[in-house]
Write a protein that binds this ligand. Structure first.
Ligand code: NAP
Length: 290
């Protein structure tokens, strides 16, 4: 852990109860209060979240790299961000847990002094791929807590931070970008929980887009198709065959940077008259043909 800055959220909570650790005070003094905008990217240690972090760094954002358990991978993301000339800090937090979300936001504000962009990217496939007639409540709760409840309440809290920051003219603009999936509308009978969580994330986008429009805070949704990451490793062979047989008009799997670049394009602020908008990054999967 470089510089001891990726504090354990549980430890941070315990520290907060006792008035905060000396480290936290030092952190507050050391923190960079950057002039550049700051993006909080959840699940940024690997895959799509890592690519988003790199592309946001290229777009001029300092990045808070959140991860769940994989510190080494998070450090690699930080290294990749620094290679393109960017700044990144890392923080573990399980976004399905309220106390961890609070701690993640505290850490971000203590470290950078501001948040300008929230990217709700962290997500999981069902721990067990089970038929909808057999899946368990445990499976359902794990997926829904991570993919939907976490982003919902994180967005709620970050929206309040954005509103204050904008009122105080601490930041020029703010936005939320949600990484959903083609599974928001394409039903899979062996991972119903995942599809339901992503359909919910689409409605989350719509509801927050409506609510935050009066404050000038747009909320966008990116719907990736099949992207080459750890998440699809177990079914990659089948997906490759389906794609080469014409599942998608663009006959290749997506790459994490396909999504990263889409996020960066939106984050640059080029869509100020759009909110609640859905961007398909799916090789054309959503097109119907006759
Ligand atoms: P991935 O390679 O499996 O990476 C998942 C990332 O999420 C990791 O950084 C992981 O952290 C983090 N994470 C998992 N649970 C977390 C939690 N409870 N709290 C905080 N972070 C957590 O997945 P990916 O393919 O990049 O997927 C990223 C997003 O894109 C997900 O929302 C996924 O549903 C969506 N998506 C993916 C595809 C695809 O084909 N790959 C398609 C459509 C949508 P650790 O490294 O610490 O485990």
């Amino acid at each position: 852990m470089r510089g001891g800055r990726a504090l354990d959220p549980a430890q941070r909570l315990a520290d907060d109860a006792t008035g905060g650790p000396p480290e936290a005070a030092a952190l507050a003094l050391r923190c960079t209060m950057v002039d550049t905008p700051v993006a909080l990217v959840t699940g940024a240690s690997r895959g799509i979240g890592r690519a988003i972090s790199i592309e946001l760094a290229r777009a001029g954002y300092a990045v808070l790299v959140n991860y769940n358990t994989n510190l080494d991978a998070a450090e690699e993301t930080r290294g990749e961000v620094e290679k393109v000339g960017g700044t990144a800090e890392i923080c573990p937090a399980d976004i399905s847990q309220a106390a961890h979300r609070d701690s993640l936001l505290d850490f971000t504000l203590e470290t950078f002094g501001r948040i300008d962009l929230l990217v709700n990217n962290a997500g999981i496939a069902p721990p067990r791929r089970l038929d909808v007639l057999e899946t368990t409540e445990e499976n359902f709760d794990r997926v829904l807590d991570t993919n939907l409840k976490g982003p919902f309440f994180l967005t709620q809290r970050v929206a309040q931070i954005f509103i204050n920051e904008l009122e105080e003219q601490k930041i020029a603009r703010a936005a939320v970008i949600n990484i959903s999936s083609i599974s928001a509308y394409a039903a899979s009978v062996n991972r119903a929980e995942y599809c339901i969580s992503k359909a919910g994330l689409s409605m989350l986008t719509a509801v927050f887009a409506l609510r935050l429009a009066e404050y000038g805070i747009p909320v966008y949704e990116i719907r990736p198709g099949i992207i080459e990451t750890d998440m699809i490793e177990k079914v990659r062979g089948r997906y490759e065959r389906q794609v080469s047989n014409g599942l998608t008009p663009i006959r290749r799997l997506g790459r994490p940077e396909d999504v990263g670049r889409a996020v960066a394009a939106i984050a640059r602020g080029y869509f100020p008259f759009s909110t609640g908008e859905v961007f398909n990054v799916d090789g054309g999967f959503h097109l119907r043909a006759l």
